[in-house]
Design a protein around this ligand. Structure first.
Ligand SMILES: [Ca+2]
Ligand SMILES: [Ca+2]
Ligand SMILES: [Ca+2]
Length: 351
């Protein structure tokens, strides 16, 4: 065999290998397209059938809820050492439910220490008549008869349960308060800092299982005042989603101890950015904003953007929003009607 022939054979083999590679590439591309299509179908399904997700939910991008001990320094971000959350079970769900808490204790890596860990947090679950329909239960502040309804379970946590789950339940859905306005049977959980000065960071999950996190189809959770921990990473944006009902003509927002950590703005179904007045260290800042007719019965996206050059570290913040009557509006962890998307493609950010 001449050298030329040998060379030509080698060339043929490598050309053949190239075409096999190309075919393989094409098949892989087909496979990727199919995979993406499949993800899209699954995603659309998830988007139309809502599930009770963790609290805070993925779309909120909030690392943890936070509640300080009763001797805490308010300038560390918690204005009242108390946080109330409500869980909704649709009437169609008949099986028992569980309310699970991640890292309910105060020690270890997740929590915020001051001196030493000496804080106690009491978690109490309520259901029954008045659980949410009692006006005081919906106040941004823990005053009056806010512990309304039937007490179903309670437990106080000190050190321990680091990165572990504690489970309340089982609860029969009908032991919640039937409140059609909120979409079914409502349970309430109050986290109360009863001793100490440290910050307890934690999260919740409404589950059908006592040992695992299993979503409840059509379930949701809401609160009327949010106290949470921001990310440290300046690229992360946190969100809360108040529902604007048909009676709302203007809203008043209040934010506490924002530490001037970047921009606070509201995105609606028609407007890209309503800039909000921002608080500094340990103070409230409030501002009032008109609601357009088109924005009634929709969800607002309140965005918490960090300071890009000087991001605050371990930033805890409290936030609430009221209507023109001073009544608090609920923040749903799964936004009602989805996250608002203004229809124009021009994005205007406030200076
Ligand atoms: Ca302490
Ligand atoms: Ca904790
Ligand atoms: Ca803060």
């Amino acid at each position: 065999m001449s050298n030329t022939r040998l060379y030509s054979n080698k060339l043929n083999i490598s050309l053949d290998l190239m075409s096999i590679g190309r075919i393989f590439d094409i098949e892989m591309t087909k496979l990727k397209v199919m995979k993406n299509l499949f993800s899209l179908i699954v995603f659309s399904f998830i988007a139309t059938v809502t599930f009770a997700q963790p609290v805070p939910a993925t779309e909120e991008n909030i690392p943890y809820l936070v509640t300080f001990g009763s001797d805490g320094d308010k300038a560390w971000g918690d204005d009242d050492f108390s946080q109330t959350f409500f869980f909704v079970i649709p009437k169609t769900h008949k099986a028992p439910v569980y309310i699970r808490i991640y890292d309910p204790g105060i020690s270890g890596e997740i929590d915020e220490v001051k001196g030493e860990f000496d804080t106690k947090t009491k978690f109490t679950v309520y259901g029954g008549k008045g659980c949410v329909t009692e006006k005081d239960a919906r106040n941004a502040n823990p005053v009056g008869n806010y512990k309304s309804g039937n007490m179903l379970a309670t437990k106080t946590f000190g050190k321990g349960y680091d990165k572990k789950w504690y489970t309340f339940g089982p609860f029969n859905p009908t032991s919640g308060e039937l409140a059609p306005k909120y979409g079914g049977y409502v349970f309430k959980i109050i986290a109360e800092g009863i001793e100490g000065d440290d910050g307890n960071l934690y999260s919740y999950y409404l589950s059908t299982s006592s040992t695992k996190n299993i979503d409840i189809e059509g379930g949701n959770a809401f609160t009327f005042e949010y106290t949470f921990r921001m990310h440290d990473d300046p690229k992360e944006v946190s969100h809360v989603y108040p529902y604007i009902d048909d009676r709302v003509v203007s809203v008043k927002q209040g934010n506490f101890d924002w530490d001037f950590d970047g921009e606070l703005k509201i995105i609606t179904n028609t407007r890209f950015a309503i800039p909000l007045k921002k608080s500094g260290d340990g103070n409230w800042m409030k501002s009032e904003h008109k609601v357009l007719t088109k924005e009634k019965e929709s969800t607002f996206d309140v965005q918490f953007h960090k300071n890009k050059t000087k991001p605050a570290k371990n930033n805890n913040v409290s936030f609430f929003i009221t209507n023109q009557y001073g009544e608090t509006l609920p923040f749903y962890t799964i936004p009602i009607g989805g996250v608002p998307k203004p229809s124009t493609s021009i994005n205007i950010s406030p200076k």
